[in-house]
Design a protein around this ligand. Structure first.
Ligand SMILES: [Zn+2]
Length: 225
């Protein structure tokens, strides 16, 4: 099952070669559209004499076993696409890993390890169901007029960023835990869409927030911070 993961990705086909291969093997005149789309990897439509195949660029790296399965699929001879699915899965992992590297995660600070805090809270309050990533944010230049954001949960990236001004021994551990807990709660409860507005700090959210064991202490500290 590891074969396609190990298929060398260094010698991709050209779009022209791919097009010719698919037409020759299928005997169908195809309009080929290569896409960057990572959610719909391929789609095939036939209306009258026009057959349109839209496929993700990674298919330029597919071997003939994959391409022949694609040919059988567009010829309507085969509805199961086990090899294609596996190929897509392996290549998507590759994309996601690349993306992850670009995000440059940095959860281990000078004083606080966010990963440890995240894991402890996840077990204690969320039955290990929160699967976001966590990192210290970038240090911002001092701008005292700007309202400080101590933590942020980025939904599309599924990342929690914590402000590095908290990475100091003068901020108690329970405060950092509280900020991380707050952001994890955002991942956990999501939001309510009301017309064009998204509501995050709902009464349900506030109720659950108070379940954090050092809630009062942390809030009191932050009022003077
Ligand atoms: Zn919040």
């Amino acid at each position: 099952m590891e074969i396609y993961a190990k298929t060398p990705l260094s010698t991709p086909l050209t779009a022209k070669a791919l097009h010719e291969y698919l037409e020759k093997r299928s005997g169908i005149s195809i309009k080929l559209v290569l896409t960057e789309n990572l959610t719909t990897m391929f789609s095939f439509k036939r209306s009258g004499n026009v057959a349109t195949l839209r496929i993700q660029k990674i298919f330029l790296k597919a071997n003939t076993a994959i391409l022949d399965e694609l040919v059988h699929y567009i010829m309507g001879r085969q509805r199961t696409i086990v090899n294609i699915r596996h190929f897509i899965k392996m290549n998507t992992i590759h994309f996601l890993q690349e993306k992850k590297l670009k995000l440059n995660l940095n959860p281990i600070g000078k004083h606080y390890n966010l990963l440890d805090i995240f894991n402890i809270l996840n077990a204690q309050y969320f039955s290990d169901t929160v699967n976001a990533q966590i990192t210290w944010g970038r240090r911002q230049s001092n701008n005292r007029t700007k309202k400080r954001t101590l933590g942020l949960y980025n939904i599309p990236q599924n990342i929690i960023r914590i402000n590095p001004i908290l990475d100091t021994p003068s901020v108690p551990s329970y405060v950092v835990h509280y900020i991380v807990y707050h952001e994890m709660l955002h991942c956990h409860v999501g939001f309510i869409q009301r017309n064009t507005k998204r509501l995050y700090h709902t009464s349900t959210f506030r109720q659950k927030e108070r379940l954090f064991q050092d809630y009062q202490k942390a809030v009191a500290f932050l009022e003077k911070f």
